[in-house]
Design a protein around this ligand. Structure first.
Ligand SMILES: Cc1cc2nc3c(=O)[nH]c(=O)nc-3n(C[C@H](O)[C@H](O)[C@H](O)COP(=O)(O)OP(=O)(O)OC[C@H]3O[C@@H](n4cnc5c(N)ncnc54)[C@H](O)[C@@H]3O)c2cc1C
Length: 552
């Protein structure tokens, strides 16, 4: 792709995760079947496919058999089949395996895998079918004509932090497309603009999110078997903190461990990264990591609002897929197979629309019909109230879930509402329980063997950002930020950020301000989601910047 150009294509796909790649593969297959020669262009901000992909992951493989021919299935780099699957309830010192599977959480027939590896494989398949994939290009602007989407533009580079052009300035490329797919994953920055512009979340629940911090380890043989899967509940989370841990045994004595916590928690000093480190010190977890070595660290949010938080998924000339559309099945913590399916359904819709020469929203409406008649709906509808039920804590949530199981998902109260995560944090003076660090005083000693401070973990993510660019984390209203976020909430960013981007600085005169170390950013998007008051906007940084995840 040349800079300064306007490129035209039939289909533009923004994002090279499972949903974008599946859309591209399925489109290429359908065009071939129809004998149509059409251009499909996929743009990914990571320096390579997979470098910005982070998941657990235990993957439901069934949809891959629909995406690819049966002969390709054995080639897909699923690491290993799940051989043992248990849920463990942790107290501070003890571990109690649950004698049953929580409904919807069984992993029979699923595979443990690195989603990054699978995406790399899918990208090869897509390119073999003629899809053009451009990595290292961040898309930061939606193009409109007559108020209708006509494509998108990649980011201008060679700017200083004030936006002034430097010698190496290069304007981004305008990509004009007959149809654009927004497949940006969780809290997609352009998808968010699209949803706002067309009010696509009207009458929907607020989307809510979790943040997952993950490490990949190599451990001595025998610590865990490949295919062994544990999910934990309880320690170190309180009753009013939703989430849990995962431990997935991989081949070659590797193990993926992580803690996922709902961002509707209330304590403004809560720190998911540090809670994750404390979780690792529990004897049940530490015995698995004993003698091992940290290989990689990363963090990412995932949308958990479920059925009632799905926005309208189409406008003239554009569709939204995967996590950007909020398609994650809770309580199973699974989005990969839904992302792939949504990509395939988007592909079917677009192929029909292009054949009929009608890409208006009347025609693309078919996508939403397909989604709501598909296995996606079958998974999301019965648990449509699941996550909202837990907003009042584990015990109330458990009771709600029980009634939902008896009533096919409705529960005794019908549709439960949700609140934006940015609004659930308490002010410092409203917090009744001990702040996070006091709760765990004495436990946060990062020994750099089992537990790691944020800077050390960030080092293990391979993160890089060009120094010369406009800071991609933007405080929306400085005055409001100082008076609300810093004064009343104590700058929760310094705690919730998974990668030590935010530092609260106190000047000699006592004036407080937030320093932003954007170069550490893991692209998890938590700040865009959780900052109280008028908050922070995450915009996409230069293409190729960000983490360099390997096998995450
Ligand atoms: C900690 C954690 C554990 C999880 N565990 C599981 C699990 O065990 N099983 C499961 O099925 N699911 C799991 N999920 C959910 C699953 O990973 C997601 O549902 C799935 O990855 C969504 O796919 P996607 O294609 O929509 O988005 P993503 O996988 O996020 O891919 C989006 C891609 O778009 C790119 N992109 C974004 N914006 C732009 C832009 N503006 N310009 C260019 N490129 C852009 C990103 O860099 C990224 O590569 C987990 C998620 C997390 C965070």
């Amino acid at each position: 792709m040349n800079y300064n150009d306007t490129v035209t294509t039939d289909v533009l796909i923004i994002g090279g995760g499972p949903s974008g790649l599946a859309a591209s593969i399925h489109l290429a297959d359908i065009f071939k079947q129809k004998g149509q020669n059409r251009r499909i262009l996929l743009v990914e901000k990571g320096s390579s496919i997979g470098s910005h992909i982070l998941s657990g992951a235990v993957i439901n493989p069934s949809v891959f058999k629909e995406l690819l021919p049966e002969t390709d299935f054995p080639e897909i780099p699923f690491n290993t089949k799940v051989t043992k699957d248990s849920t463990i309830f942790l107290t501070e010192k003890r571990a109690f395996p649950l004698p049953f599977h929580i409904p919807y959480m069984s992993n029979r027939g699923n595979y443990v895998a690195s989603l990054g590896q699978i995406c790399k494989y899918l990208a090869v398949k897509a390119e073999e079918k003629g899809v053009e994939i451009y990595t290292g290009f961040a898309v930061d602007e939606i193009l409109y004509r007559d108020e209708k989407v006509i494509g998108a533009k990649t980011k201008d580079t060679g700017l200083d932090h004030l936006g002034n052009q430097l010698e190496n300035f290069q304007a981004g490329t305008r990509i004009e497309a007959r149809v654009t797919i927004f497949a940006e994953g969780t809290r997609g920055s352009l998808s968010k603009m699209l949803i706002r512009k067309y009010n696509l979340d009207k009458d929907r629940n607020e989307q809510v999110y979790s943040l997952g911090c993950k490490e990949l380890w190599t451990v001595p043989q025998g610590n865990i078997m490949a295919g062994q899967v544990y999910h934990t509940m309880g320690y170190p989370l309180d009753n009013d903190e939703f989430g849990g841990g995962f431990i997935y045994g991989l081949t070659d004595n590797k193990v993926a461990v992580g803690l996922v916590v709902g961002l509707d928690y209330k304590d403004p000093t809560f720190d998911v990264h540090d809670a994750f480190q404390i979780w690792k010190t529990h004897p049940f977890v530490s015995r698995i990591l004993k003698g091992g070595k940290l290989l990689q660290y990363g963090a990412k949010t995932l949308p958990e609002g479920g059925y009632y938080a799905i926005p309208k998924l189409f406008v003239d000339n554009a569709l939204i897929t995967g996590d950007s559309a909020g398609l994650v099945a809770m309580p199973a913590l699974k989005g990969v197979h839904l992302a792939v399916r949504s990509g395939m359904l988007a592909a079917r819709t677009i192929a029909d629309a292009l054949t009929n020469n009608d890409t208006s929203e009347k025609s693309l409406n078919q996508y939403e019909t397909l989604i709501y008649n598909s296995a996606i709906n079958k998974e999301l509808y019965p648990v449509r109230n699941f996550r909202q039920g837990f907003s009042k804590g584990l015990i109330v949530g458990g009771l709600h879930f029980g009634t939902q199981l008896l009533t096919g998902g409705a529960g005794f109260f019908g549709r439960l509402k949700s609140h934006a995560d940015s609004q659930t944090t308490l002010k410092l003076n409203e917090l009744k329980k001990k702040p996070f660090k006091e709760r765990f005083s004495g436990k946060l000693q990062f020994d750099k063997v089992l537990t790691f401070d944020k800077s050390t973990d960030v080092y293990h993510s391979g993160v890089y950002h060009d120094e010369q660019q406009v800071v991609h984390l933007q405080i929306n209203d400085k005055e409001d930020f100082n008076s609300v976020n810093i004064e009343q909430y104590g700058a929760p960013e310094q705690f919730f950020c998974s990668s030590e981007v935010y530092e609260l600085h106190t000047a000699k005169d006592g004036q407080k301000s937030l320093r932003i170390h954007a170069e550490n950013c893991m692209h998890c998007k938590t700040c865009d989601i959780k900052s109280p008051g008028k908050g922070i906007t995450w915009i996409v940084p230069n293409g190729g910047n960000g983490p360099d995840f390997q096998n995450m």
